[in-house]
Design a protein around this ligand. Structure first.
Ligand code: DLZ
Length: 508
């Protein structure tokens, strides 16, 4: 007989390794292991999501006739690692081959390759661009720009294309329409809600007992854990949010964690939704006139552009990519990232909802918590670990390029052509947080001036040698040079004092 391994982020009936096996002769293995739950301190709700979705998937596989060996976390003999469980079950069952689908993380794939097992690997068909296809696309290019990759994917997938081969609406990208702040009085729709069934409740109890030392709230877990629930969440987005998604995808608002975002990334990344179906649904919604093109294109770009692109970069550059630190950062992650206790309102809101929900949208991640880490010179590996641990949708393939490359510029611009550094003005423009903040966004050098302001200029000054030749930063450096020397000195001093407070473990 043969044994199939299904990992906690591979919960798809269409998984390649499942397709290669026969329910009449072969068996499957799924294992809850401490090694995966603890190698970073995952948010308790993320552990609930994975374990509950795994248990539901095992049940659904059994209903389809599969023999599933399911190792619960507290099961006798649980070795605590995926490789250990594979070794144990291969011996116990006398399996001649172990079929598995490419892992999402280099770390785990390497551990399995090193385990001396008779592995038969299958390509991860849940992605539209294989690792090999991405490597072929990258070969010979001096710059791997997402926009070029995305256009190729649009053509290849035939999404939002006219019969003459031109992009729908005459442009590839409508991002210029997708940067609106939220008008006063406009709110996101009511949130879809999911009740905890007996399986989820049992997992919540388990996680409460075994992971009480991990940061993040456990109460109020409200994520889809089955394919059916994930589909409901998706339909809710199509019905109530997609039309406004484009316009307000960069907006942030007080106590509005979701706005018009889909909240499906966790379900998608663990296999409960299929990327092809999502893109087709979005295109249909546009062709039927239910949503504008800037919304449909913006959403599809996230899926077949950005998501596939960062995965391609990850597998192209691992393992050395994880160790990059182009800007030479050496500051540890401030403790308030784990508690949310800071007087900076935007940070308090973004971190607070992250602890509460395991969720923040892309601009909160890039331009608030990420921007602060960039400006403050946090060690890339430390902030990467925080993102990987705290977000429900975070697996190394997606988290690492986004954080290390896009947020921290630690790859020297391989992934993003410039650092996404911004002062408090950006946050003021895109949110209503500054009105509720104890710092003043108009001020830079004063004691109650927004820390983002002085840190922004300090960042540009201290990294001048690495950044000033970048044409996309030329205007900013001209503004810096337009300041009087005494003003520049005062800004530098204010930046120094903020960084010294961080080094003294003070929360800003
Ligand atoms: C994230 C996670 C957690 C918390 N626990 C498990 C687990 O117990 N068993 C399992 O198969 N997978 C788990 N996962 C997902 C894995 O960490 C994920 O498959 C790897 O990081 C590769 O993407």
């Amino acid at each position: 007989m043969r044994l199939g391994l299904i990992l906690g982020d591979q919960l798809s009936f269409e998984l390649a390794s499942l397709g290669a096996l026969d329910p009449a002769r072969d068996a499957l293995l799924m294992a809850e292991v401490m090694g995966e739950a603890r190698y970073v301190p995952h948010h308790p709700q993320k552990i609930v999501l994975i374990f509950s979705a795994m248990r539901h998937f095992a049940q659904a596989l059994r209903e389809r006739g599969w023999q599933v060996h399911y190792v619960a976390l507290n099961a006798d003999g649980n070795s605590g690692s995926i490789a250990g469980e594979l070794q144990r079950w291969q011996q116990a069952l006398g399996a001649a081959e172990i079929h598995l689908t490419e892992c999402g993380e280099w770390r785990l794939e390497q551990a399995l390759r090193d385990a001396g097992l008779p592995l038969v690997w299958h390509r991860d068909n849940r992605f539209l661009c294989s690792r090999e296809a991405f490597a072929r696309w990258a070969q010979g290019r001096t710059q791997l720009r997402m926009e070029h990759f995305y256009r190729g994917m649009r053509k290849r997938c035939g999404l939002l294309m006219e019969p003459d081969g031109q992009p729908a609406g005459g442009a590839w990208n409508f991002d210029g329409d997708n940067r609106k702040a939220l008008p006063r009085g406009l709110h996101g729709p009511f949130a879809a809600q999911f009740e905890q069934d007996a399986i989820t409740q049992a997992v919540v109890t388990l996680v409460r007992q075994r992971f009480s030392d991990h940061y993040g709230a456990l109460d109020g877990f409200d994520y889809p854990v089955t394919h059916g629930e994930a589909q409901q969440l998706w339909q809710h987005f199509l019905d109530f949010s997609l039309a406004a998604f484009g316009d307000y995808q960069d907006a942030m608002a007080e106590d509005e964690p979701y706005l018009f975002h889909a909240r499906i990334s966790a379900a998608l990344n663990i296999g409960l939704l299929d990327v092809r179906r999502l893109c087709e649904d979005v295109e249909t919604a546009w062709r039927e006139g239910r949503v504008p093109l800037n919304a449909a294109e913006g959403f599809i770009r996230q899926l077949i552009g950005w998501r596939e692109y960062v995965r391609g970069i990850y597998w192209l550059r691992m393992p050395e990519y994880a160790g990059l630190n182009h800007l030479g950062n050496d500051r540890p992650l401030p403790a308030f990232y784990w508690t949310g206790r800071t007087r900076m309102r935007c940070m308090e809101q973004a971190i607070g909802q992250t602890l509460q929900l395991g969720y923040a949208h892309h601009i909160q991640r890039l331009m608030v918590t990420g921007n602060f880490a960039l400006l403050a010179g946090i060690v890339p590996a430390a902030i990467c670990e925080w993102y990987l641990a705290m977000y429900m949708d975070a697996f190394d393939w997606v988290e690492l390029p986004n954080t290390l490359g896009m947020v921290m510029h630690a790859d020297g611009g391989y992934l993003g052509s410039k650092p996404y550094c911004a002062s408090g003005r950006y946050i003021q423009r895109m949110s209503d947080h500054c009105k509720a903040c104890s710092y003043k966004v108009e001020q830079v050098i004063e004691e109650d001036g927004c820390p983002f302001n002085a840190l922004y200029w300090h960042f540009l000054m201290r990294h001048r040698p690495q950044l000033s030749a970048n044409p996309r930063l030329a205007l900013i450096y001209r503004s810096l040079d337009g300041m009087t020397a005494s003003r520049r000195d005062a800004v530098w001093q204010r930046g120094q004092s903020l960084l010294a407070r961080l080094d003294a473990a003070e929360a800003l």
